[in-house]
Design a protein around this ligand. Structure first.
Ligand code: MRU
Length: 348
């Protein structure tokens, strides 16, 4: 297996990120230099996937304050707070974004040094720690998830929760990479994931690059693939998981979960602790991003619907916890009843 690529790195004093809107046609790197450029990269989905946007936002905070002329610590923290509010406004659903921003702010608040140069270093150090820890968490998710998938020949996934969506290795795809590195090759059926085709453009691309067998299907073919007995499990990522185990993930995930239940297949969600939002009792409180109508009415630049037609374009949906067989985290596998077990495993 080819080692999965790391989509966000800190290289020669610059943030370097794969422009995911250019895949699969071109592997192009962008180097945002300002907080506004990072905000725009997150908004436009040049960097996307819950853990990856958390890392990007944390590095975006550094871009915001690296040239700060704040006179004192209080002024510096105000600048940081303003930049965090701005970055958080880029996308509302993935909680990893606000989690990472808060974590950097807390690191600054707790720093013993109060000179501005040292505080800038704290911001960068914390952002890079978030990146490094995410890679380690994804590895652990891979190892934990592999125990559930050892006997499977193939899985189905929706959207992209692979290396491109994280620091490296992914969440849903981490067990696939982990098993492949130990000589067990799992085949993956990738839903294309309308309207922005993260499955076709990104999941299919990264698995193909890594040498993992992947078959691309349109979203409407998932039931057929399950009915034929071609997959033994579904594994997806998450953008936010409520305290009761309800899961927000890419639009269409809910339908896939219902299909899995009908076909007697386990439906696994793979996510790090940073994706849980225990302040929300259920998925009803998760904000769902709605995106531009043009994503639905056009295929690229080509119109595929009558001009001016009303469109509903939510980027995510919420899968009720009763459809979730287990949640794979870096701290272990969480089984129902989720209200008790999420708190127990994450608290541990
Ligand atoms: O709109 P996107 O591409 O950011 O949506 C991504 C997803 O829904 C992923 O499944 C989720 O963020 C988990 S990534 C490990």
């Amino acid at each position: 297996m080819q080692e999965p690529i790391a989509p966000i790195t800190w290289h020669n004093g610059q943030v370097e990120m794969i422009d995911q809107t250019r895949l699969p046609g071109e592997l192009v790197f962008i180097r945002p230099r300002t907080v506004a450029e990072m905000w725009s990269a997150i908004k436009k989905l040049q960097v996307r996937g819950a853990p990856a946007i958390g890392i990007a936002a944390a590095l975006g905070l550094y871009l915001a304050i690296k040239d700060s002329r704040a006179r004192d610590r209080a002024g510096f923290e105000v600048e940081l707070q303003q930049a965090a509010g701005y970055l958080a406004s880029a996308r509302p659903t993935a909680v990893n974004l606000t989690w990472a921003l808060k974590r950097v702010q807390q690191a600054v608040a707790a720093a013993p040094a109060s000179d501005i140069a040292s505080l800038k270093e704290v911001v960068l150090k914390e952002a890079l720690a978030i990146r490094a820890e995410d890679e380690a968490m994804c590895r652990a998710i891979g190892e934990n998830g592999a125990t559930l998938l050892q006997d499977a020949a193939a899985i189905l996934t929706h959207c992209n929760a692979g290396t491109l969506a994280t620091a490296r290795y992914g969440t849903a795809l981490a067990p696939v990479y982990y098993l492949a590195s130990r000589g067990k090759v799992l085949k993956v059926f990738a839903d294309e994931t309308r309207p922005l085709l993260q499955g076709a453009r990104l999941t299919a691309w990264e698995l193909h690059q890594a040498g993992i067998p992947v078959t691309l299907i349109t979203d409407s073919m998932a039931a057929s693939v399950m009915a034929r007995g071609w997959v033994q499990a579904v594994v997806v990522g998450a953008d936010r998981i409520a305290a009761n185990g309800d899961v927000a993930n890419k639009i269409g995930t809910y339908g896939v979960a219902i299909l899995a239940k009908e076909h007697g297949l386990p439906f696994y969600v793979a996510a790090p602790a940073s994706t849980f939002d225990l302040s929300l009792a259920s998925g009803a409180g998760i904000p769902i991003e709605e995106r531009d109508a043009a994503e639905v009415t056009h295929f690229g630049l080509r119109p595929t619907a009558p001009e001016g037609i009303p469109v509903f374009n939510p980027a995510f949906d919420v899968t009720p916890h009763r459809y979730v067989t287990a949640i794979i985290t870096e701290k272990g596998i969480i089984h129902p009843p989720y209200s008790e077990n999420i708190a127990r495993v994450l608290g541990a």
